[in-house]
Design a binder for this molecule. Structure first.
Ligand SMILES: Cc1ncc(COP(=O)(O)O)c(C=O)c1O
Length: 392
C-alpha cells in the first residue's frame, strides 16, 4: 500500500474556508490558528480527486439524475465497514445532516412536542428542536473522571413524555463510541415508548482501534423501524463543502413522510460533484481511511502527552472516535467568556467554547485535531506559551 502523507501542509487561507478565513473575525484577534469547526485540513483520497477532475473534464453540468450516484456504494460500505445490511432505496439525499435533522424534527413531531437530546452535545441538536417550536428535554450524559456514559434511568423516565430522541453516535464533543450494551439499552427504552430516533452517525467511520461503531438501526428490526440514520462522507473524507449526505430510513412510512417534506422544500438534490465524490469515496476510500485513523490517533496521543506534562490544569481524555478533543479547563478557574478569550486572544488558537454544547460544557473547550502535526504542534506551543504567561 502506498503511504499517504497526512503531513503535507496545504495553505487553506484565502480559499473561502470557514475554518481558516473567518477565524480572525470570529475570535477578534490576528493570525488565529483555527482548530474549531469540524472539517480537517486533509485532501480527500486520490480516487475522489480523480473522479471530480474527470467530472470537470467532462464539462457539462446539467441537472443530475435523482437516481443518486453513490447510494449503492454507501450501502456496500455500511455492510463491509459496519456490518449493516441496507438497501439503496431506503436512502434519501439531504444536502447535509443539519438539514436532515431540521426536516425530521419539523415533519415527524408536532409543535410543542418534546425531543430528547444528550448534552453536552453538538449545538444544532438544540437549535433544530427550538427553532422548530419544539421543546428540548435534556438527558445529560454522566461524566466520571473524563469518561461519559448515558443516564438510562433518567432517559426511561423522560422517554414516556417525548416523541423523538436525537442520538449522537459517536458522540460530538465527548468522543464516546457507544458500545453494544449501551445501544441495546437505549433501543429497548425507545421501543417501549415508541420513540422515533434520529441517529446522527456522521462520525461513524472515525473510530479508533479497540472500539467499533455499531449503527443503532442494525441492532434489531424493532429499533430499525423507528430509526432515521444520518450518514455522510463529509467528516470521514473531508468533503463537507460538497454538501452531500444521506438519511437511511428503513421504515416505509417514515421514509415517505421525510421524503415528501424534504422534496416539498426542494432540497433533496445534490450537486453533480457531491454525488460523484460520494460514490468514489465509498467505493475506493477504505485504504485511505485505514491510514488516516492511526494518524489521527497519534495526534490525539500527542495532545494528551503534551497537555499532561505542560498544561496539567487542562485535562483531556483520549477520544474513542471523532477527531475532536474535549478539554476540561475547569481547573483554570475562568468563566466561559474569559476562557474563550484566553484561548482565542491570548493563545491565538481558535477552539469551540464548551458552553455552546449546553450548560454541561461550561469550563470545557473543544479542539479539532484533524490537522497536520506541524499545525497541532504550533497550536499546543501557543497554548503552553499563554498558559505560562498567565502563571497557571
Ligand atoms: C454530530 C454532527 N452532526 C452534523 C454535523 C454537520 O453535518 P452537515 O455539515 O452535514 O450539516 C456535524 C459537524 O460537525 C456534527 O459533528
Amino acid at each position: 500500500m502506498t503511504k499517504i502523507n497526512f503531513g503535507t501542509e496545504i495553505n487553506r487561507r484565502n480559499s473561502g474556508s470557514l475554518k481558516w478565513d473567518d477565524a480572525d473575525l470570529l475570535y477578534s484577534a490576528k493570525d488565529v490558528l483555527p482548530l474549531w469547526v469540524a472539517d480537517t485540513d486533509f485532501p480527500p483520497p486520490a480516487a475522489v480527486l480523480e473522479a471530480l477532475q474527470a467530472r470537470v473534464a467532462h464539462g457539462v453540468f446539467g441537472y443530475p439524475s435523482p437516481r443518486f450516484l453513490g447510494f449503492e456504494a454507501l450501502s456496500e460500505w455500511l455492510k463491509q465497514r459496519h456490518g449493516w445490511e441496507t438497501k439503496p432505496e431506503w436512502m434519501v439525499n439531504s444536502p447535509g445532516v443539519c438539514t436532515a435533522l431540521a426536516v425530521a424534527v419539523q415533519t415527524l413531531t408536532n409543535p410543542g412536542d418534546k425531543v430528547i437530546i444528550q448534552p453536552p452535545v453538538y449545538p444544532p441538536f438544540f437549535s433544530s428542536v427550538l427553532q422548530n417550536g419544539r421543546t428540548v428535554l435534556e438527558n445529560p450524559l454522566i461524566a466520571e473522571n473524563g469518561h461519559y456514559r448515558m443516564d438510562f434511568e433518567d432517559l426511561a423516565r423522560k422517554a414516556s413524555d417525548a416523541k423523538m430522541l436525537i442520538l449522537c453516535s459517536p458522540h460530538n464533543p465527548v468522543g464516546r463510541v457507544w458500545g453494544a450494551a449501551e445501544l441495546k439499552k437505549l433501543a429497548e427504552i425507545a421501543v417501549t415508548h415508541n420513540l422515533i430516533i434520529l441517529s446522527d452517525e456522521i462520525h461513524g467511520d472515525l473510530v479508533y482501534s479497540g472500539h467499533r461503531h455499531i449503527p443503532l438501526a442494525s441492532l434489531n428490526p424493532e429499533i430499525e423501524s423507528l430509526t432515521l440514520t444520518c450518514v455522510a462522507p463529509s467528516k470521514t473524507f473531508n468533503t463537507a463543502g460538497l454538501y452531500t449526505s444521506a438519511v437511511v430510513i428503513p421504515d416505509k412510512g417514515l421514509r415517505q413522510k421525510f421524503y415528501e417534506a424534504i422534496s416539498t422544500l426542494s432540497i433533496t438534490k445534490s450537486t453533480v460533484f457531491g454525488s460523484v465524490a460520494m460514490e468514489a469515496a465509498y467505493k475506493h476510500g477504505g485504504p485511505w481511511l485505514d491510514e488516516l485513523l492511526p494518524f489521527l490517533a497519534a495526534n490525539a496521543a500527542y495532545l494528551a502527552e503534551r497537555f499532561s506534562k505542560e498544561t496539567p490544569k487542562i485535562e483531556i481524555a483520549l477520544p474513542e472516535g471523532t477527531f475532536l478533543a474535549w478539554l476540561d479547563c475547569r481547573e483554570l478557574g475562568l468563566g466561559d467568556q474569559a476562557l474563550a478569550d484566553f484561548f482565542g486572544k491570548e493563545a491565538r488558537v481558535g477552539l469551540n467554547n464548551g458552553a455552546t454544547f449546553g450548560a454541561q460544557g461550561s469550563g470545557f473547550m473543544r479542539l479539532n485535531f484533524g490537522c497536520t502535526r506541524a499545525t497541532l504542534k504550533e497550536a499546543v506551543d501557543r497554548i503552553v506559551g499563554a498558559y505560562r504567561a498567565r502563571g497557571f
